[in-house]
Write a protein that binds this ligand. Structure first.
Ligand SMILES: NC(=O)c1ccc[n+]([C@@H]2O[C@H](COP(=O)([O-])OP(=O)(O)OC[C@H]3O[C@@H](n4cnc5c(N)ncnc54)[C@H](OP(=O)(O)O)[C@@H]3O)[C@@H](O)[C@H]2O)c1
Length: 286
């Protein structure tokens, strides 16, 4: 029970056997510049995670490649292993000091990474383990089989995929139950509409990354400003409220390292858009 004035009022969704509020938190931004290394103030980053949980956020997204290893470590240090918070992490991307993101779905690598993630997250089981991005050099089925095996072995409760087409989602589902899909999706970028529709039909969680990307939202500035003014809200809050209305399986994970931004994002969960407003926003880019 939160004692904050800001509380997460979003509806809930079942990930496996755990119920989470649909408005989550993306922990990629807790790292240093370009998502490499530690932030200048680690304690402030841990406090943002703790404050998210105090505000009723019970779904946190991270990845081994954020830092790498930094975001997961900070989350582990901030909240340890809590039964009432689902921490979703990912494996399948390498980093280098130029900041590149390199797909690497090699089974041995993933089996190694899960052990390091368990250690940093201070847990015995990863709540939701997502394959970060398909790797052209490793057969997709081999990577997914490894995630399935980790689930069978009890190291992972649920399996998710990220950055997949409808066809790859189908292929993954032939091998293991897929709890969630994480693809880029926001008001402006609806390239994953077909995958979202499959998720909605099949009851699979859809986690839109970059849900409030400022550059993308600028394309709908006037419409967002008009609706935001009517609700005494911000553009980003309207964009988040629209996502939450868009589908019952939608689990947005706005990312921030800033406590005020976090509060503003969580407060979007109590914004109630009219049907007409939702329709105008939906039609704006369809
Ligand atoms: N699966 C994938 O391939 C993939 C790729 C990218 C991201 N992700 C996940 O998705 C999450 C969200 O994506 P994202 O962080 O790229 O994009 P986002 O959440 O759409 O936007 C984050 C940006 O918006 C700013 N921001 C957030 N809340 C704000 C507010 N209330 N007011 C003003 N500025 C605000 C943040 O800066 P401040 O820190 O200054 O607030 C940051 O620059 C990530 O944290 C990560 O967990 C997954």
């Amino acid at each position: 029970m939160s004692h904050n004035s800001i509380t997460n009022e979003s509806e809930t969704f079942e990930i496996g056997e755990t119920t989470v509020h649909r408005l989550g938190f993306g922990a990629m931004r807790l790292c240093g510049e370009d998502i490499i290394g530690a932030p200048d103030d680690e304690e402030a980053a841990r406090k943002v995670v703790q404050h998210a949980v105090d505000c009723g956020v019970d779904f946190i997204d991270t990845a081994d490649s954020y830092g790498p290893a930094v975001s997961e470590r900070l989350i582990g240090e901030a909240i340890g292993n809590r039964d009432d918070v689902v921490v979703a992490t990912k494996a399948g991307l390498l980093r280098n000091d130029a900041g590149d993101w390199i797909a690497h779905g090699d089974p041995d690598y993933i089996r190694n990474q899960v052990l390091t993630s368990l250690d940093r997250l201070q847990t015995d089981t990863i709540d939701l383990y997502q394959f970060h991005r398909p790797d052209d050099d490793t057969p997709f089925e081999d990577s997914i089989a490894t995630f399935a095996e980790l689930k069978d072995d009890g190291l992972v409760d649920e399996v998710g995929v990220s950055n997949v087409s409808a066809e790859l989602l189908d292929r993954a589902r032939e091998q293991v139950e897929i709890a969630t899909v994480q693809n880029r999706y926001n008001l402006h970028d609806r390239g994953s509409r077909e995958v979202l529709e499959i998720c909605a039909d099949e009851g699979i969680g859809f986690i839109p990354w970059a849900p409030i990307d400022g550059d993308d939202l600028a394309a709908y500035g006037d419409l967002l400003d008009e609706i935001a003014a009517a609700h005494d809200a911000t553009r980003r809050q309207v964009a988040l409220a629209w996502l939450l209305e868009r589908a019952d399986v939608m689990l947005p994970i706005p990312g921030t390292s800033n406590r005020d931004h976090l509060e503003s994002n969580v407060a979007a969960s109590r914004l109630s858009l009219s049907d007409a407003e939702v329709q105008r926003l939906t039609q704006a880019a369809e």
